[in-house]
Design a protein around this ligand. Structure first.
Ligand code: NAD
Length: 298
């Protein structure tokens, strides 16, 4: 049924997600520090609001899509923030990708005030946000997940309960650590193949039907040609930017240190993406790291 949703953070991801909630028939009230973003929501049929307090005052559900943990803390905990302005009956859904520790801290603070909250980071990028085909990885109680599932289904193709609070964030950074490592492995192998006189298209043909097969090769090939939709075919315009991969690998390393997990390849992937980003490539798609392996990086 129709809900009144307070949406905070109408950026690259948040705005198209909010549009899909509007399409599903919900009332969506939006707030962002950027007036242009709030106006864009109004153009799509949403209700513009001038503050967090106004956007959440009568909300059944609050959705946040913010850059980092510190923004999430501010929006929920500060004076004039969600906890002091929303009715405790409101379901709180944070879709931002943030550190596990902040997710668990904010969730515990929500519970202490009588709110139900989930962390629900996403996979699928801007294209998935626009098409309503995101994958949501949800952390929270069974009851919280049951309340969040229908609303997330309006913005995604898969909504998966990952376990208690913070486990959505844990799933997100573990997945993206795999992705970063696997992309580097494909890029190194492609670069080696070229130097050995083996065409990358031929290695693609073979490895896509052999045990080296992975998403970074067969859905997102870092060399132009084999996968026409991959960013390599459009000058490595993202896609998923190097800066974002670096952020997620940094979160994975912070989490690993927090629990003394050994992640040597995750650490190496973080270092390599840090180096690649620092040479002016943070705006390129993360598959562009192949330039570093074939020695053509800026
Ligand atoms: P973005 O920077 O485009 O949007 C974030 C928005 O939050 C901005 O419009 C900003 O003005 C707003 N904001 C910041 N602080 C605020 C505050 N205190 N009050 C109100 N609004 C505030 O970022 P994005 O690309 O939409 O990403 C959002 C989150 O989703 C990030 O955590 C990112 O890691 C994650 N994510 C992004 C992608 C992607 O492809 N872009 C994919 C998966 C996950």
């Amino acid at each position: 049924h129709m809900a009144t949703i307070g949406f905070i953070g109408l950026g690259h991801m948040g705005l198209p997600m909010a549009r899909n909630l509007l399409k599903a028939g919900h009332v969506v009230q939006g707030f962002d520090l950027s007036t242009a973003a709030v106006n864009a929501l109004a153009t799509a049929g949403g209700v513009p609001a001038g503050s967090i307090a106004k956007v959440v005052a009568d909300a059944d559900i609050v959705v946040t899509m913010l850059p980092e943990g510190r923004h999430v803390r501010t929006v929920y905990l500060d004076q004039g923030g969600v906890f002091l302005s929303a009715p405790t009956s409101a379901l709180l859904v944070d879709c931002s990708t943030i550190d596990v520790e902040t997710a668990r801290t904010v969730n515990a603070a929500a519970a202490a005030r009588g709110f139900t909250m989930v962390d629900a980071p996403v996979s699928g990028g801007v294209a998935g946000a626009e098409a309503g085909t995101l994958t949501f990885m949800v952390g929270g109680t069974e009851a919280a997940f049951a309340r969040a599932e229908p609303i997330l289904a309006a913005m995604g193709k898969a909504v998966i309960h990952a376990g208690p609070a913070g486990n959505g964030q844990a799933a997100k950074i573990c997945n993206n650590m795999m992705l970063g490592i696997q992309m580097i492995s494909v890029c190194e192998a492609m670069a080696l193949a070229m130097k050995l006189g083996l065409a990358p298209e031929k290695l693609f043909e073979i490895s896509s039907r052999s045990s080296g097969q992975c998403w970074s090769l067969t859905s997102y090939c870092p060399v132009p040609g084999p996968v026409p939709t991959s960013p390599a075919n459009r000058g490595y315009e993202p896609g998923f930017a190097t800066a974002m991969m670096l952020k997620d690998l940094r979160l994975a390393q912070a989490a690993a240190q927090g629990v003394a997990a050994s992640t040597p390849l995750g650490a190496e992937a973080y270092q390599l993406y840090n180096l690649f980003a620092a040479s002016g490539n943070e705006g390129l798609d993360f598959s562009a790291i192949i330039k570093m392996m074939i020695g053509s990086a800026a």
